[in-house]
Design a protein around this ligand. Structure first.
Ligand code: PLP
Length: 354
């Protein structure tokens, strides 16, 4: 495993070495209702550090979208401590940083990842610098600042923001707590899969409908179901159906053109949380989707707001990025899922942020 302490740009993305993983069901069922109940499948030797920084993240509700469609379930990750699924990844990544004795981290984000990293750094008493694009919503910025992180607003694109963060990492020798590059983030997001497996009474759903910008949830879900399969507790993987925003869909384009992923220009979308023009793990996302016989679809921009209202009228108050997942599902439902399939859709960003 490369040294996760001092990330270098030439290192790019990296993955962690496989380690022994187990799922002792009877013990799991009796543990606290957090994602740490799957501790034999998480990369920690002992529980001391993560126990000191946990905010009780995980085991979010899995409920019916609508009583008329009993097989369509939503995973309510927007109820996480900082309001998005990113807490799964940040809890593991910052616990690792703490274990390694890191004192200050740098991260870049269009909002939720930064908030989450800032929250867990506050909890762990680690210094935190968050680089955000100037366009980031005020509510997200004030949430990041409330946790005591220093916010650096960068004028320009999401990519330029990432570049500024990388330069700070290099010039100051700081720990890059990147949800995109650092593999420990995915060791946290994979708990999404473990919870679904347990909540479905230790079975596998047919399909997952997941947003994809950088793919931290999608790849986490993929890794999690692979862990379960490799451990022999399930025998098939669910089909993974990714969702991108129509105005910013580089992975969708590559998938349908059967080509390598090329960066595109984001022409603007309300689904800012998935507007990633050049996702570093794009090829990994493509292979995960293919390996599960999944596909990737887009959310029509014009339907995002109405999808958001419709979800709210079912009781789910989510941000526009999350509404895009539902908008895409509604648009492509008949083509991508069969009747009576068990489908899980992720609702992973809180509407209170924007
Ligand atoms: C981060 C985020 C996404 C996209 O996740 P990626 O890792 O970029 O694929 C989607 N929805 C919400 C609410 C998010 O916070």
């Amino acid at each position: 495993m490369p040294n996760t302490y001092q990330w270098r740009p030439e290192q790019g993305i990296f993955n962690i070495k496989p380690y022994p993983i187990a799922f002792p069901k009877d013990q799991i069922k009796n543990r606290e209702a957090t994602m740490w109940r799957y501790k034999e499948a998480l990369p920690f030797q002992d529980s001391e550090v993560y126990s000191s920084i946990t905010l009780g993240e995980g085991l979010t509700p899995l409920v019916r979208l609508d009583h008329r469609e009993p097989n369509i379930l939503v995973k309510m990750d927007y109820l996480m401590p900082t309001g998005s699924f990113k807490d799964r990844g940040a809890a593991v990544l910052i616990a690792k940083a703490k274990e390694m004795g890191v004192s200050t981290v740098v991260a870049d984000s269009s909002g939720n990842a930064g908030t989450s990293i800032a929250g867990y750094c506050a909890r762990a008493k680690i210094g935190c610098h968050i680089y955000v694009p100037e366009s980031t919503s005020e509510r997200k910025l004030s949430q990041i600042k409330a946790h005591g992180a220093e916010v650096h607003k960068i004028s320009g694109t999401r990519e330029e923001t990432a570049q500024a963060a990388k330069e700070a990492v290099e010039s100051k020798g700081l720990f890059y707590a990147s949800h995109v590059y650092n593999p420990f983030f995915y060791e946290g997001t994979k708990t999404f899969a473990f919870e679904i497996w347990e909540q479905l009474n230790f079975t596998v759903p047919d399909s997952l409908i997941l947003p994809v910008g950088n793919g931290t949830l999608l790849l986490g879900a993929f890794i999690g179901f692979k862990n379960l399969k490799d451990a022999g507790v399930i025998s098939k993987l669910p089909r993974i159906i990714g969702v991108q925003a129509e105005p910013c869909a580089p992975i969708t384009r590559a998938y349908h053109c059967q080509a390598r992923m090329e960066p595109i220009t984001n022409i603007g979308t309300q689904a800012e949380g998935i507007a990633i023009a050049n996702p570093a793990r794009g090829e990994q996302v493509l292979s995960a989707i293919k390996e599960t016989n999944g596909t990737i679809i887009t959310a029509p921009e014009a339907n995002i707001e109405s999808a958001r209202r419709e979800l709210a009228q079912k009781g789910f108050y989510v941000e526009p990025t999350t509404a895009a997942t539902y908008a895409a599902y509604k648009e492509h439902q008949s083509k991508v899922v069969k009747e009576n399939e068990v489908v899980i859709m992720s609702l992973c960003g809180s509407g209170l942020k924007k």
